[in-house]
Write a protein that binds this ligand. Sequence first.
Ligand code: ADP
Length: 521
Amino acid sequence: MNVTLFERLATLTKSRQRKLGLLVGAVAVPALILAAFATLLTLRVAREVQAENTRYCGYVEGKITEAFEQELIAQLRDAVVPAEGVAHEGGDRPALLAALASRSRQFEAPHYVPVEDMAGLSVIMVESNMLLYGDDPTGRHQHPFAAVVLRGPDGEVTGAGGWWFNPRAFIATRLATVVRDRLSSSPRMYGGIESTRYLCVQVYDTQGNEVGRVRDPARAPVTRGAEMTGPFEGYRVHVTPTAQAPVSLAGRFVIVEVSLIALLTLVMLASTAIGVRYILRQIELVQVKSSFVSNVTHELKTPVAVIKLAVETLEMRRYRTPEEGDKYLRTILRESDRLAQLVDNILDFSRLESGQKTLRLTSVSVPDVVSMAMESFRLRLEDGGFVYSVDVPEALPRVKADPIAIQHCLLNLLDNAMKYSKERKEVRLWASERDGMVGISVSDRGIGIDAEDQKRIFDKFARVETGLVHTVKGAGLGLSLVEQLIRAHHGRVEVASTPGEGSIFTLLIPIWTEPNGSPRA
Ligand code: ADP
């Protein structure tokens, strides 16, 4: 029968429900709480690591903009040496320009700004050096102008000597050295190269185009980056972790860890559900077994008591006529048959359960096997006051079967037909050929079985615990046995029944085929 876990739970007693509830609560609830706690903790740590990383990247971005100014002034200082010599000796403007031009390889055009024009230039201090810069003061160039101060013979400022230069090209050619050398060698740089080797640095120009990069980022930059100053104004530096950076690994680890926590919780909940199912099954089995034991005990005790009474009556000759004596003898015979059938059922059942039952399938005549079954059952039908008929054509094909097993199945069907009949005591047994099989049917006009119960009567220990069945004892083994035995014949059992009208049980058994494939009549 297809019942949900909840329906099965509902059938338990209140105290069992409470105990199961406690068990589930003791495992599932802490598992869920711990999983939620572990997930929160992991996410919290991940968020802190991310925030720390963003702060660190921001710090490095600032350092890179400074490093570029240092790089520029270092280049200017190198190149301006001849011009400084000329200025020191009081050289004039053309001499200064010529000196500047001699070292202009690093930059574009040289330019000299006399002290009286220097007010148009901006100044920033780079490591105690003055870096002067300006926007195209002569209108000659698109690019910014960068210069250092030149001093005359008395140390007085005479002007600024410098060059126009292309920040885009400057950045593109020097980015790698600035990041790898200047940045990591700076004594003020926290962590040095160790901490920056997993960082990707990208620089974007004023239009947002990438000018250069060192290493590839794990993902596109999400921050605004740091804006460069001085002659590099408008350029932006972005620092992001590479895929190998611990923070990127940590990000991936968080996903894995949260998935693992979820998986573990699922496994835990699933195993709790399986555990509950198992416990329910065990409870049901205990219930079923105890009702089986009480049913079987009753089934065994009743015939034993009847036999004992009949034997006592015969022994003390407490009967009047010989016919009455015969009646007691028939009773003993009938009841011992019942006992034998029950014991056979129990033995067969345990053999089937342990896989020890083997069938000897041979060519069997259906009329023969039916008449053997009727032979041993006729007495019971007659004593029970049943009207019965048997209609098995001699011409039926032979079947591939174990005759003892088929007889056993028929006896079970006949026994049920008798047990579950009330006033209309009619039993019919007939056989016919159908779908390459022979069907042997047993019908009664008894209480019938409703559609829902028809599905489960073949389960072991299954009984319909209502109406008349309640008063008729049985072990719930018969039909389960019949079904298993017929299935082992590669056949099937069908039931057609209308409550209050009666039932028809049909055993369909495959026809015997000769080794060459032809059926034998
Ligand atoms: P038992 O008869 O020992 O209870 P069975 O396995 O033979 O066990 O049958 C299972 C159940 O099927 C019975 O308890 C009864 O409810 C129902 N059943 C079987 N045969 C009939 C029948 N001919 N008419 C009505 N109900 C039947």
